[in-house]
Ligand binder design. Structure first.
Ligand SMILES: [Zn+2]
Length: 489
């Protein structure tokens, strides 16, 4: 053991020496990069740039989707079925901390990715003092003649999409952000709806009017959206089946409803032109599913996000010398991991296959039950619904699971907010019953979550096409902007 320690010590010294030498050699370059943030790129400039952001998506979200698909298509083979974007030739990783914390939010990380600077959580494209504005890459690209598209599965005024067209001291000033969308002159917005359509107090001019007065066509039925084309001009495609101004969770989406991929497809059709385009696509509901610790919903939305990358890959294959695709994330969410105390070294992804709905849909089932005002409410009353929604037979629970579920059921029927640390750990701000069912199903599958918030773990970046080689390595998220800026200038 001592000998082993000793040799480890010698190896350590050698590694440190090697690092010092390489640092000395690399020093001039590092110095330049750090002082000016400029990246050096001498290659061709891509005409078409796709920037995909999986909100709340780090390796666990990606890998759980691949393991789920692998278990589904090759049961028992322990073979992940790779998503399209993890097969891209360039792979790197990003540090995500912001000026507030190692655990950032989507406003600050959106700012880092879009404009290249750190800021406080909650701020979009402004410095920490909320006085200096940063210019997102989209404004530079628009000036260079690119058309600009912004697509998201959550409200179009939310932090990640807003980081690509707005500046705001407070990410929740949705109405102001909506007005900046109208003034942006950008060419295509698709996906979720505007928040606060008539202002924070409901007394302002309808945002649709402001957007239309700025020359935009608003399409908010499936027919209208499908009719948008290359001659439409500036337009906004708003999902008609929205709930909370967002697309449905993929696991809840009816086949005839538009998917995230459809908004990307339509975006290409609208934006395609000789001078090129830039399209940012956010898989925003990956984040929402992970906040809610809904493993199945996270997996399905990650797959939907991958489907939307596939649309860009098809375009890339038609324009291989002119296209750059970047796929990354802003931060992790939920502290998801693959593994659970009681399942040890096993996973059972097949346990997630019978899940047919998100927590959001199951909450409606619970509300409907509560509205019947049962005289003697008991968990058994919901046995069929739990079985249909999650494939979980409440008569086959372990005593531990059963106790968790009974307590959660009582708390849900009580309808009160979490009142102590234990309840905050068990339920966060979510419906106690549905979040506990999610936890049980996740854990049986070998998945677990540690928080209802974001976490500080790094996120992956994948790239293909013209300039893609710039994105390998492990670096700060602000560098995504500086690299893209170098590639497109
Ligand atoms: Zn989030």
């Amino acid at each position: 053991m001592y000998a082993r320690k000793h040799s480890t010590f010698i190896v350590s010294i050698l590694v440190v020496a090697a690092l010092l030498i390489s640092f000395a050699v690399a020093q001039p370059n590092l110095g330049v990069a750090r002082s000016t943030k400029e990246e050096v790129y001498n290659g061709k400039t891509p005409k078409y740039v796709f920037m995909f952001i999986g909100d709340g998506m780090s390796y666990p979200q990606v890998s759980s989707a691949e393991m789920f698909l692998g278990e589904q298509s090759m049961p028992g083979q322990v073979t992940p079925q790779q998503l399209n974007f993890t097969q891209l030739p360039v792979h790197g990783a990003l540090m995500t901390q912001d000026s507030t914390s190692f655990i950032p939010d989507s406003a600050s990380t959106g700012t880092s990715l879009a404009s290249g600077y750190k800021t406080y959580s909650g701020i979009i494209n402004m410095d920490e003092s909320k006085t200096k504005e940063y210019t997102p890459i989209t404004e530079d690209l628009k000036e260079k003649g690119y058309k600009i598209g912004i697509v998201t599965s959550v409200p179009i005024t939310h932090a990640t999409p807003a980081a690509y067209y707005a500046k705001a001291a407070n990410r929740n000033s949705y109405y102001e952000i909506g007005k900046q969308l109208a003034a942006s002159g950008f060419d295509y917005f698709g996906g979720g709806d505007f928040d606060q359509k008539t202002g924070p107090d409901g007394t302002d001019q309808n945002i649709y009017e402001i957007v239309e007065n700025a020359g935009y066509t608003i399409a908010n039925t499936k027919e209208e959206i499908l009719a948008l084309n290359n001659n439409t001009g500036k337009c906004v495609a708003i999902d008609p089946d929205d709930y909370e101004s967002a697309l449905d969770y993929e696991i809840d989406r009816d086949e005839d409803e538009l998917a995230l991929a459809d908004y990307v497809k339509k975006g290409i059709e609208v934006l395609d032109n000789k001078k090129g385009f830039f399209m940012m696509v956010e898989g925003g509901k990956i984040d929402w599913a992970n906040h809610a610790n809904d493993g199945a919903a996270s997996i399905y939305d990650t797959i939907a996000f991958d489907d939307s990358v596939k649309v860009a890959l098809d375009f890339y294959n038609q324009h291989p010398n002119d296209t750059l695709i970047i796929v990354t994330a802003d931060h992790e969410c939920g502290g998801m991991t693959i593994g659970y105390s009681l399942t040890g070294y096993s996973t059972n992804f097949e346990k997630l296959q019978p899940v047919t709905m998100s927590y959001q849909e199951f909450n409606k089932v619970i509300e409907a039950y509560k509205n019947t005002n049962p005289v003697d409410p008991k968990l058994d009353d919901l046995a069929d619904e739990i079985s249909a929604g999650y494939g979980l037979n409440i008569n086959s629970l372990t005593s531990y699971e059963s106790a968790l579920l009974e307590t959660a059921f009582d708390k849900t029927m009580e309808g009160t907010k979490p009142s102590n640390d234990q309840e905050l750990v068990l339920y966060g701000s979510y419906n106690p019953l549905s979040v506990t069912i999610s936890h049980i199903v996740n854990n049986r599958a070998g998945l677990s979550f540690t928080t209802y918030s974001h976490t500080g773990v790094p996120v992956p970046v994948y790239a293909v096409g013209t300039g893609a080689e710039m994105f390998d390595g492990y670096y700060d998220n602000t560098k995504v902007y500086w690299k893209l800026s170098a590639i497109t200038s």
